[in-house]
Design a protein around this ligand. Structure first.
Ligand code: ARG
Length: 577
């Protein structure tokens, strides 16, 4: 049940009957203060202006037509023409009951599921994943989970950097290592491998010549080079898949749709763009000039799609890729999870694919960008010696810290329980710290904050969840056999109950905008509202049996909501910690 949508329908209907046109916007929002009711309609003023009517007069008229008695017991006009809506307790409770008994917590599923391509993670071959890929991986995966929950056809596209001129040097170096050490080759440290290959390339002319030769051969489909390339991709992806698993990220090998798969499309694209007169030759290269992007001199900016030496670029691949996702995958939406520095790149690619009519304007291309991960010093997150932090090292440290923390909090856990809790808390804390911040801004990575049991953190929510469960465990009551009705007698109960009913509108926002922090804030609210309800309203010691059942039902819905929400974020819960 999406209350916001329901109220929007009801109020718009009344606005139309009061003279507004069909597209009027009721602008229904959750009220910021209790005295303004539960929801507010803020759209009266703008509509009144259009109609040339005093806003309060329009509001009065809207109220006359408003059919809302079944939902609200009080509706009032406030200020210059706001409408405050106070929902009925009985109706709120009824919605809670429906949510409890339906399998997806009564979340409105889209009438027509869409095909949505989610482009995320996208690490590069023969390189260790870095913190930028961590953000893309975690935030992208949360979006995937939310969209999947809603029943969309979600295609995970791991746009791995598995193509380009660097492969000549990587193949030449792999060959050198194989020759020198036979089978005993250690590629586990991809970062040093890449660096060593680069060093040889820069310092050894014979090696560099061979490398350049291998690039040409690889692109020409030479079997030996193809095999060596495959080996590099496989080694990297095996490592990445292990990291995804550790991170509880849903990406698997089948989701790999690397740059290489578009390679065969590139000559055709360049020829076609030339033929359409969108691309021209400029200083030996093939360039698309875009009027909407001006350089410092005020001239249209050029996007190079083929270099003078015949090589293609990152942009060329992304043009082919968007075309493929529309034509072959039949995408309705494509979400790109890359950092904000790639924004212009994507906009230029989209401008080109629109001009070339490779994709229609109706296909929604969305850059769900994010800022950088910073250290406590406010500078880009690095090791003490200034190197990029390896993801696995980061997760090792998280595990160590979580182990110390959990052992001190609960020394009675068995080894098996401890391992499970530590994993959930360590990985959960790292992920949640990222997910809970508005992704568009930079965020500061801070161990103490993310592992705290207080505040908007994973451990706080995971702990809150176990606390709700403990009510049932302590009493030996089965959540699924509660016979009775929810009755909202106190403000604490009411506040929790209404917020529980707002899960739907929260998910709607997250699905549309790819903003998991909205879901985090919501879950945090639920946990704190539960906590204050728990403190003020005895559950097991309630005055009578029916009140006890009512409160147990609220507790049960709280647990289910927390669990479902944390699942959507890719964060594990445990039964005790
Ligand atoms: N591999 C790229 C990087 O490491 C990210 C790819 C993002 N996706 C895309 N379609 N360009 O920066």
């Amino acid at each position: 049940m999406n209350i916001q949508q329901l109220l929007t329908q009801r109020v718009s209907q009344a606005m139309i009957m009061a003279g507004a046109d069909k597209n009027c916007d009721a602008l229904i929002k959750q009220s910021a203060k209790v005295q303004f009711g539960d929801y507010q309609a803020n759209g009266i003023m703008a509509t009144a202006k259009k109609l040339g009517m005093p806003p309060r007069a329009l509001a009065e008229k809207v109220l006359q037509h408003l059919d809302i008695e079944d939902i609200a017991d009080k509706v009032e006009i406030a200020g210059p023409g706001f409408i405050n809506i106070f929902l009925k307790n009985s109706w709120i409770a009824e919605q809670n009951e429906v949510a409890l008994s339906s399998d997806k917590l009564n979340i409105t599923l889209p009438a027509k599921p869409q095909t949505i391509v989610v482009d995320y993670s996208a690490p590069n071959v023969a390189k260790e994943m870095h913190v930028g890929h961590l953000r893309s991986t975690i935030i992208g995966d949360a979006s995937v989970r939310v969209l999947n929950f809603l029943g969309h056809n979600v295609i995970r596209a791991n746009h791995v950097g598995d193509w380009g001129t660097q492969f000549g040097m990587l193949i030449a170096y792999l060959e050198k290592m194989q020759n020198e050490q036979a089978n005993d080759m250690d590629l586990s440290d991809l970062e040093s491998f890449y660096r060593a290959a680069k060093k040889h390339y820069d310092e050894d002319e014979v090696f560099a010549e061979k490398a350049r030769n291998y690039v040409v051969k690889l692109q020409g489909g030479d079997e030996y080079c193809r095999d060596m390339w495959r080996k590099l991709v496989d080694i990297t992806m095996t490592q990445n898949i292990a990291t995804y698993k550790r991170l509880n990220v849903t990406l698997s090998l089948e989701d790999t749709m690397g740059e290489s798969i578009y390679n065969s499309m590139l000559p055709g694209i360049v020829a076609d763009l030339k033929q359409k007169k969108l691309a021209v030759e400029s200083e030996g290269a093939i360039v698309v000039f875009l009027d909407e992007y001006k350089n410092k001199e005020g001239e249209p900016m050029g996007v190079i799609i083929q270099k003078r030496d015949g090589g293609y670029l990152y942009a060329t691949t992304d043009i082919a890729c968007a075309k493929y996702r529309y034509e072959t995958l039949h995408a309705d939406r494509i979400l790109y999870y890359t950092d904000s520095r790639q924004h212009q790149h994507l906009e230029q690619v989209w401008a080109i694919v629109h001009k070339a009519k490779y994709v229609p304007e109706s296909l929604k291309l969305e850059h769900h960008m994010f800022g950088m991960m910073l250290g406590k010093d406010g500078k880009p997150f690095k090791t003490r010696s200034g190197d990029t932090v390896k993801l696995n090292d980061l997760l090792d440290e998280a595990t160590e810290r979580a182990a110390t923390l959990i052992k001190s909090k609960n020394p009675d856990l068995s080894d098996a329980e401890l391992a499970q809790v530590v994993d959930a808390v360590a990985i959960g804390a790292v992920k949640y710290a990222d997910l809970s911040k508005n992704r568009t801004t930079d965020y500061v990575f801070d161990w103490d904050n993310m592992l705290s049991f207080e505040g908007n953190t994973a451990p706080y929510l995971q702990y809150a969840y176990t606390r709700v469960l403990s009510v049932f465990k302590k009493s030996n009551i089965n959540e699924d056999n509660l016979d009775g009705h929810i009755d909202l007698g106190t403000e604490k109960e009411r506040a929790l109950a209404i917020r529980l009913n707002q899960f739907d509108e929260t998910i709607t926002t997250v699905a549309a905008e790819g903003t998991p922090h909205v879901l985090c804030a919501y879950l945090y609210d639920i946990a704190t509202l539960f906590s204050s309800f728990y403190e003020h309203c005895p559950i097991l010691a309630a005055e009578n049996e029916s009140l006890k059942v009512s409160r147990l039902k609220l507790a049960s819905l709280t647990a289910k909501t927390l669990k479902t929400g944390l699942d959507m974020l890719g964060i594990k819960t445990v039964d005790k910690m």
